[in-house]
Design a binder for this molecule. Sequence first.
Ligand code: PA5
Length: 331
Amino acid sequence: MAIEMGRKKSEVAAYTYKPMRNTSVNMDFKHELESLKEQLTFNGRIKDTNYDNIVIAGMGGSGMPGRIFHELYSEKPVYLVDDYHIPNFVGPRTLFISVSNSGNTEETISATKQAVEKGAHIVTISKGGELVKYGDEHIILPKKNLQPRSSIGYMLAPFLSSFGICTQKELLGVYKILDELDKDNEECKQYAVEIFKGEKIPVIQGSAPFKTVAYRWKTQFNENAKIFAYANSFPELNHNDTVALTHTYNKKAFFFFAFNPQYERIKKRLALTSELTNTELHVIDAKGKNTIEKLFYLMHYGDYISYHLSKLRGLDAKDISVSLEMKRRLA
Ligand code: PA5
């Protein structure tokens, strides 16, 4: 059995879930969420982006900025690494960006070491840790006591500014949108109540340019609320999930979210999906004047649902002790 590899069964059984202690000394998770709007002023910047291709390594919360960037940017080939190994094409004309909040995530370090050997230009984004040993350039994240997934603004800011994804003025608009949601997230709480009462599994149906945001919701449900969730996006999901929707087991176990699509063909697909499969989709409308405002609004909206759900479940949204135990045992 895979679980027994390299470790005695008794040792495996010894780990039981222990909620984190002394969390009061850290920032409350709600405050972590409220800090997002301030994070976008972070001025970390990649000095030179003039390379032929871009490879971005990062895991979990630290993988998210690369994923978001990948969906927004199409000037050059971008390849994401969420594993130990890098693609063969990496070489001196590659801009290799390694993101790890702690700077100590083994998959990211392994990939970065390989990129060093291939002569890529390495930019590290972290609060410190081992990763900084391998960078040609380092973007040091502010040493705030935030969970990696709550530092998404700090980690994303260098991508947004260095590649001209959005202007400072647009980021100011984002501040306002996020601030409003911080002050009133009652709607998110109501969704959390429905999911909690029905013990539902959220299914999030994204669409361009917010496919990654659907995935972010999934990971926030996983880490903050500690429940399974599933994300896919239009139009791809019409070629697989839609078929399952007609005959799946216990459809009542799922709670279906969809983001209000930007494009007419996708709007039509969403309506047809609901009609043909007789599925109630809870459609979330992204507020905002432009893509970047909408992206942050949607992302933060999902953050709040997962946060409220963690509270309803009596769990600490910050607590990822099983994941940390995994890292400790692998070290
Ligand atoms: O949000 C989290 O805490 C995790 O998903 C981490 O980001 C992930 O385990 C990788 O760790 P790090 O961000 O330190 O590289």
